[in-house]
Ligand binder design. Sequence first.
Ligand SMILES: Nc1ncnc2c1ncn2[C@@H]1O[C@H](COP(=O)(O)OP(=O)(O)OP(=O)(O)O)[C@@H](O)[C@H]1O
Ligand SMILES: [Mg+2]
Length: 257
Amino acid sequence: MAETLLDIKNIESFYGPIMAIRGVSLKVEKGQVVTVLGANGAGKSTLLKTISGIMDPEKGQVVFDGREIQGMEPHKVVSQGIVHVPEGREVFPLLTVDENLSLGAYTRSDKAEVEKDRQMVFEYFPILAERRNQEAGTLSGGQQQMLAIGRGLMLRPKIMLLDEPSLGLSPLLVQEIFAILKRLNKDEGVTMMLVEQNAKVALELADVGYVMEVGRIVMDDTADRLMESEDIKSFYLGHQEEGARGERRWKRKKTWR
Ligand SMILES: Nc1ncnc2c1ncn2[C@@H]1O[C@H](COP(=O)(O)OP(=O)(O)OP(=O)(O)O)[C@@H](O)[C@H]1O
Ligand SMILES: [Mg+2]
């Protein structure tokens, strides 16, 4: 039977007086990839920040592996096995690739296992092995995204929260990174919660999807069914526009439930 790893129950999160998350509930089963789709400002990043403890919800519960973690300090959330790879691939620019990876494992004392995981990261992302002594700030955007994911893996997480890994990358590189995410899920069993505007690649990878609009979940279904849904099709086939950040963006569509 499926085992629920992350159970978010009716959370509300605010920036001052602004309610950015308006009663969101969702579940991630162990071994699943769950995607949360939504346009700019829908609340996707805020949702991940609320899980990882960067923000505290005013209401609701975040239950991880049977334990309530809402309001917990971010470093304690990390120690539960939750890794957050934030939007905009934040790596430490003046540290080398290797040093960035070592920092990812800072909570671990099992040195031999950490080295194994470093080799595993290099196997998935060979370019990082090639550039291991290079300062992270001098990597290309795609390489930095790979490093951000690799650094997250160094914690050997129970779940990875990925905030728009496709952002600002060429379609080819997006395909490459998502193929690696798929292998990490299938072969290493990494559970993932992936927030994305790129519905196509996200739904191809995910088992289950949720759609967020203005702080609420407005649709949820299996990824296969969402891919076939007329709303989703028109949303990402007919209603894309070039966004402020230069990549394909979605126009808001008002007709969803
Ligand atoms: N630091 C902040 N202070 C005030 N309001 C904020 C802050 N960060 C986000 N918001 C607001 O909260 C809402 C949700 O923002 P959030 O960043 O979660 O959206 P998102 O779905 O991640 O969008 P994007 O796809 O553009 O990254 C938006 O209305 C945004 O303006
Ligand atoms: Mg965001």
